[in-house]
Ligand binder design. Structure first.
Ligand code: C5P
Length: 413
């Protein structure tokens, strides 16, 4: 009889956010997209980052210093030669302060100055004097972005080690439709999370399954379940934040792909299994997080054309789907660790864990879905790994995923 050791991990207020406590110096350049900079500040502060801002002369025509002060908690710096600003913190100390320098938006002029190493205002001087990694998010008219001069500067800055958050396609303020729109503030934050995250899973290959499966009766009807995919997508994101190479196999769900994650969309359990086996054949995986709510059964017959009401019959004949975890466990390309999930309405931890172990899982994660976790934004779970039982309280699914991966660390050695 094994003795289980129960540990309860309380939910940290900072959600284990990779940007918590990071110092970010935001340089705002002269582009109409400067109006999005307050949103960038707000999102970064919500992640627990410390912010300081520098506004170029042109940027202060598009966004007021007061707005940035209210959101960042400090008056933005604007002038290299302002005696009071320099007395509070001179530009060299300001350049040494950040963990990362984010230039968003950076204009064609800003790119040219950085590429040449010009230092004729506070932003360019601080950028030249800083050894912090540089994240550059350009925004400009399409012709300016595509101009060989701008592209030459971009190439030079990449060679110098700058990280680009490329502009997106879309309708620009000038009315043109093309490349040059500032990346969405939430996307900019995702880039910083990946860049400044702990990176302690670098070199690991992680496969995640997520979402429901859809077992077609005919082209419009199916056997499926209420899984939204949010937990699996959050797990993929949390693993990518720690530097892992992440492949996500997703059943039907309308969620954006987390940055840095390679996604394969599938529909049925059989298709999910075939895709997972093909991916495993192609590389050595350290970890399989089998989070998908795979339908246990599928209709015996799937009709090519929509059945009429009268043709549906009184009952549905179904057959069992293959068990993905068990098949992966038996496969020659078994990942080093398999983590399986049990969604239960009245969980008995020991028997749920035993059920998952019986199909080959090394670690069992049991979650109580009676509180609306399935399809909702929050979840709680219990992780069973050998004799170690860790209970993680109800929290946002991304925060839970980060905590869960930390609790998994000792089981991956
Ligand atoms: O037995 P139960 O369906 O509760 O097991 C859930 C776990 O097994 C999840 O990790 C799920 O991804 C996996 N599973 C599977 N293949 C199935 C059904 C569930 O791999 N056909």
């Amino acid at each position: 009889m094994r003795t289980l050791r129960l540990m309860t991990v309380s939910a940290p207020l900072n959600c284990n956010a990779p940007l918590h406590g990071k110092r970010i110096l935001l340089l705002v350049g002269g582009s109409i997209a400067a109006y999005k900079s307050p949103e960038i500040v707000r999102l970064l502060r919500a992640e627990g980052a410390e912010l300081r801002c520098v506004l170029s002369a042109a940027a202060s025509r598009f966004v007021t210093p007061l707005t940035l002060q209210a959101l960042s908690g400090e008056a933005p710096r604007q002038d290299l030669f302002a005696a009071e600003e320099e007395a509070a913190m001179d530009h060299i100390r300001l350049a040494r302060w950040p963990d990362a320098l984010l230039y968003a938006p950076i204009s064609a002029n800003g790119l040219a100055k950085l590429a040449l190493g010009l230092a004729d205002d506070l932003g360019s001087t601080v950028a030249l004097a800083s050894r912090a990694p540089r994240y550059l998010a350009p925004a400009m008219n399409t012709a300016m972005w595509e101009h060989p001069a701008t592209q030459r500067h971009v190439a030079q800055l990449r060679t110098d080690g700058a990280y680009f958050i490329d502009p997106e396609q879309g309708i620009l303020a000038c009315g043109e439709n093309g490349a040059g729109r500032l990346a969405e503030p939430s996307r900019i934050v995702e880039h910083l999370r990946l860049g400044l995250g702990p990176q302690d899973w670098r070199g690991r290959q992680v496969l995640v399954s997520a979402g429901p499966t859809w077992e077609a009766i005919d082209p419009v009807r199916a056997l499926t379940n209420r899984a939204s995919g949010r937990q699996g997508f959050a797990l993929a994101q949390a693993a990518a934040e720690r530097g892992a190479r992440v492949v996500l196999v997703a059943g039907p769900c309308a969620l954006p792909t987390p940055l840095g994650v390679q996604r394969h969309d599938v529909v049925s359990a059989q298709e999910m299994l075939a895709t997972i086996l093909r991916i495993l054949e192609g590389g050595r995986y350290d970890l399989f997080l089998a989070n998908a709510a795979v339908a246990d059964h599928r209709p015996t017959t799937s009709h090519a054309h929509k059945r009429r009401k009268g043709e549906l019959g009184e009952s549905l004949a179904w057959i069992a789907n293959p068990d993905i975890v068990a098949t992966v466990h038996e496969s020659p390309h078994r990942p080093r660790r398999i983590v399986a999930f049990a969604a239960e309405t009245a969980p008995d931890i020991a028997s749920a864990a035993a059920k998952l172990r019986a199909k080959g899982a090394d670690v069992a994660i049991v979650n109580d879905i009676s509180e609306g976790a399935m399809g909702g934004n929050e979840n709680a779970c219990t992780l069973v790994c050998g004799e170690r039982v860790t209970s993680l309280p109800l929290q946002d699914k991304l925060c839970l995923s980060r905590a869960l991966l930390r609790a998994l660390d000792p089981c991956l050695r």
